[in-house]
Write a protein that binds this ligand. Sequence first.
Ligand code: SF4
Length: 194
Amino acid sequence: MSALISRIRACTLCATRFAATATAHAPRPVVWFRPGAKLLIAGQAPGARVHASGRPFTDPSGDRLRDWLGIDEATFYDLDRIAVVPMAFCFPGYDAKKADLPPPPVCAKTWHDKVMANLGDVPLTVLVGAHAQRWHLGVRGPVTQVVAGWRDHAPRLFPLPHPSWRNTGWLKKNPWFEADLLPVLRGRVQEVLG
Ligand code: SF4
């Protein structure tokens, strides 16, 4: 496992792609997993703040995600219990509207199966956003439809929208998410984390 982590940390496959973005940044893989995790957060890709900090979800999206899961920061960053494996380990840069670019597909193709094989059987996985849902569930439908069908995947998998501020309007339009899904998810998180 440590060899795999070292290889990912040293990965520069997207160097040319990132150099061509407005931020012209270098790859900085944010690697956060260890075998034996009880909760896997399958996310999208680090944002600019996470690129700077080198730790996953050190941003307002992380605050909202921790609230959804019902856990504090100390629990969230306990590597023995929680793994964070996004569809790309590096910040992809911004598009013309200052939104994050999608995760480069080469990252999941190169690393995801190897990481999942090393993680072993994880009793609870939350799928944050469309990219993770496509990979782990094989679905291509709109996020609202996939998240609304959460009961089809629980209690091992929970599809979630991205916790970005950009989805605040989505949360208002879909009150069932906070009323129905989150209480069940929080109960399951407590169960698996002990
Ligand atoms: S996003 Fe993934 S494939 Fe691309 S440089 Fe980072 S670790 Fe490597």
